[in-house]
Design a protein around this ligand. Structure first.
Ligand SMILES: *[C@@H]1O[C@H](CO)[C@@H](O)[C@H](O)[C@H]1NC(C)=O
Length: 342
């Protein structure tokens, strides 16, 4: 409800904005667009084009926040960043948008990261003055982070930002300048910029990844928006299974198979785990995780039988070599994993 109200307010704001844009006032400069590359669509399914607000709509709702401005990346839950923001009377991105506005709000998961990237870019466009970046103190930020892709490049292009200070998220007294706008030549600035952008890639294969690690801001944070999270990273999920043979004195004395089941999302984060679950022949074991539905796993009657899986209309067996790699029983256990669309 609140979102609908917001949206209609937003639409009128946008029409006013468009009116302004179509008759530019001489001498008035339009705000520079953020720099860098938003994620675009991630994962399968979902709409072909974004079902989130456009850049101009994002600009029209961004609030007039006072600095100092805080950014963060790669720190897990964002609590230290917002604690630090409060301690210096500053603001983080969450304060720049109405509560709940950045949430998924029933829209596609495939375009959520893209929306956050664009929102972060717009936030980096409007900030002024010294910027504080709360992160690991070695400043080795994954290339896939929003920080690397839209925030840092935008801050470097934002003439109102003279300096970026790195703040150690484990001890916010540790600080150092990692970038400064200097009177050097543009070429030198660009060289510096490239240098800063080419930092260590911990997850070289991933082009995009969330900065809201752990999928949620701290729900106990009074400024927090508990709905600001997505439960898992969509794409190809993975299930890793250890199956315990029946009647094995050392590993599984029970007369039924037992299973360890670990589900990871497309970002390799563990989103569900079952340990030593009883799995009688042919009976469904429902593995709950952050996925919207349980992953159903079934054992056969014999050791030669494959495990059977079902998830949201997909079904497959552990012998399927297109998406599974499974070993044979050895020392009372066999282990393998399968990928599936999530
Ligand atoms: C699956 O789990 C087993 C046991 O913990 C581990 O040895 C194996 O590397 C895992 N496989 C994958 C692909 O993660």
């Amino acid at each position: 409800m609140r979102f609908t109200q917001l949206l209609s307010g937003l639409l009128s704001a946008v029409s006013i904005l468009q009116g302004t844009l179509s008759t530019p006032v001489p001498g008035v400069q339009l705000a520079k667009r953020y720099s860098g590359t938003p994620a675009g669509k991630l994962g399968d399914g979902g709409p072909d084009t974004t079902d989130y607000p456009s850049d101009d709509e994002i600009r029209s709702v961004i609030m007039n926040v006072e600095g100092p401005f805080i950014f963060f990346s790669q720190i897990g839950p964002s609590v230290p960043a917002y604690d630090f923001a409060r301690s210096i009377g500053g603001a983080g991105i969450r304060q720049a948008f109405p509560i709940g506005w950045c949430s998924q709000n029933g829209r596609s998961s495939q375009w959520l990261q893209d929306f956050w990237d664009r929102g972060s870019g717009v936030y980096a466009e409007i900030v002024k003055g010294e910027v504080f970046f709360v992160a690991p103190f070695d400043n080795k930020i994954d290339r896939c982070r929003t920080w690397s892709r839209t925030e840092l490049p935008t801050l470097m292009d934002n003439v109102n930002v003279p300096k970026i200070t790195l703040v150690d998220y484990t001890n916010t007294e540790n600080r150092k300048t990692i970038w400064e706008r200097t009177p050097e030549s543009i070429a030198a600035l660009l060289a510096k910029r490239e240098e800063s952008l080419h930092q260590l890639f911990k997850r070289a294969d991933d082009k995009f990844c969330f900065d809201w690690d752990g999928y949620g801001d701290d729900p106990g944070d009074p400024n927090g928006d508990p709905t600001l999270y997505i439960p898992y990273y969509p794409g190809r999920c993975d299930v890793n299974i250890t199956q315990y043979q029946k009647n094995q004195p050392d590993t599984n004395p029970n007369p039924t198979y037992h299973l360890d089941i670990t589900i990871t999302d497309a970002q390799d984060e563990t989103i569900g785990k079952l340990q030593f679950a009883d799995a009688p022949d042919g009976q469904d074991v429902n593995a709950e995780s952050r996925l919207p539905d349980p992953l159903v796993v079934k054992t056969g009657a014999n050791d030669d039988d494959e495990l059977l899986f079902e998830y949201e209309g997909q079904s497959w067996g552990s012998n399927n070599q297109d998406n599974c790699i499974f070993g044979t029983f050895n020392g009372g256990v066999r282990n393998g994993d399968c990928s599936f669309t999530c």
